[in-house]
Design a protein around this ligand. Sequence first.
Ligand SMILES: Cc1cc2nc3c(=O)[nH]c(=O)nc-3n(C[C@H](O)[C@H](O)[C@H](O)COP(=O)(O)OP(=O)(O)OC[C@H]3O[C@@H](n4cnc5c(N)ncnc54)[C@H](O)[C@@H]3O)c2cc1C
Length: 406
Amino acid sequence: MNESTLANTPGLTSYDVVIVGGAIYGSSVAWFLANNPDFDGSILVVERDPTYSSCSTTHTNSCMRQQFSRELNVRISQFAANFVKHFREYLGNDPRVPELPFQSYGYMYLADNEAFAEVLRESQQVQASCGAGTKIMSAGEIKRDYPFFNVEDIVAGSHNPVDEGYFEGNTLFDWWKRSAREKGVEYIANEVVAMSCNQNRTRVESITLKSGEVVTCGTIVNASGPRAVRTSRMAGIEIPVEPRKRYTFIFAAEKPLDRDLPLTIDPSGVHMRTDGTYYLAGCPPDEDPAIDYDDFEQDYSIWEEKVWPVIANRIPQFEAIKLVNSWAGHYAFNTFDQNAILGRHSTVENFIFVNGFSGHGLQQSPAMGRGTAELITYGEYRSLDLSPFNFNRIERNEPFNEKAII
Ligand SMILES: Cc1cc2nc3c(=O)[nH]c(=O)nc-3n(C[C@H](O)[C@H](O)[C@H](O)COP(=O)(O)OP(=O)(O)OC[C@H]3O[C@@H](n4cnc5c(N)ncnc54)[C@H](O)[C@@H]3O)c2cc1C
């Protein structure tokens, strides 16, 4: 089943669940629902671009970390690590399903001042209480374990080499999609362009496709990534999510490092890590406005003026490097608190969000997909209480404060 063979028209005129967007979130929710023996409804996934050429999922850096400051975010990543390590089991021991490669070289947060070092220490305590292996390191310890770093200005670092690093996110995505379809989920190549609600606007009753068909729905799931606000507005709902550009650069080093480079978060905001025989680096732009949905233009001045100088300073061996590839992708940036927006809308009660994941959505997709499927099936979260991410925290103006945002 390849995407080019996707039908444009739905097989039915009514579905229990309609999911708008079929990338990692649409497919995670669809798979967890279809895999749940207590759910026996019909599921339609509508994807406007089945090549996935401009979605966040195919532009990701595909890393996961336990190094968050909030216990819930740590637990979410711990489920992701478990899911990735036991992927074939989760997919029913299907012999066609590959093992998912996971390179656990960890993240290395570097602090160049005592205040940030204290934030790292506090977060380490939260992580340790969840069983994560994060260690606070002195500059000397960092130099001992990773002699290539320049640590002259470094006060402390935090590093966790257990269940933290790079995983094959796109293989996870491919198999969720494939397995969901095999379990009866219908994917179509089309776009949701409108929704109609009941008279007092407590339910979305139907969606309209770009091709003109109208489909009625029991539940609607907004899994439309950076376009989430467009989808919400079809139901008269505003959410604080906008597309923001993030740049990734792949480079070769004339003298490669003698060991893996952890995903290092330099105090400047530049990050870098091992990427097979190459290295990957990136950073947010200094000016970070909402951008056009179709704007993927690369900005090489970010590489020349920001990224390269920082990495050459932090790792002097990287003075001789060559850029071999690069891309710009979009975060679905939650301007309220950079964390997930989940659960049901407060008044349009069959409208469910899986939105606003900013830079940590890929690793959260197993836990959020599982939780959303539970919410639809049972009316409540059962495995992990994800209610702190509920949409209504925005109405109450209560941000979910997470200090470790990249
Ligand atoms: C450069 C970069 C690096 C990242 N690195 C990491 C990382 O290391 N670790 C991590 O955990 N996360 C990372 N992320 C974040 C992660 O990739 C995203 O959070 C995640 O992929 C979001 O998936 P999604 O399904 O919500 O959105 P998307 O992948 O954008 O998918 C949304 C889909 O909805 C479709 N759609 C939209 N509107 C409609 C409509 N009206 N009708 C039909 N279809 C529609 C779109 O075509 C699209 O396919 C990174 C993101 C970027 C950009």
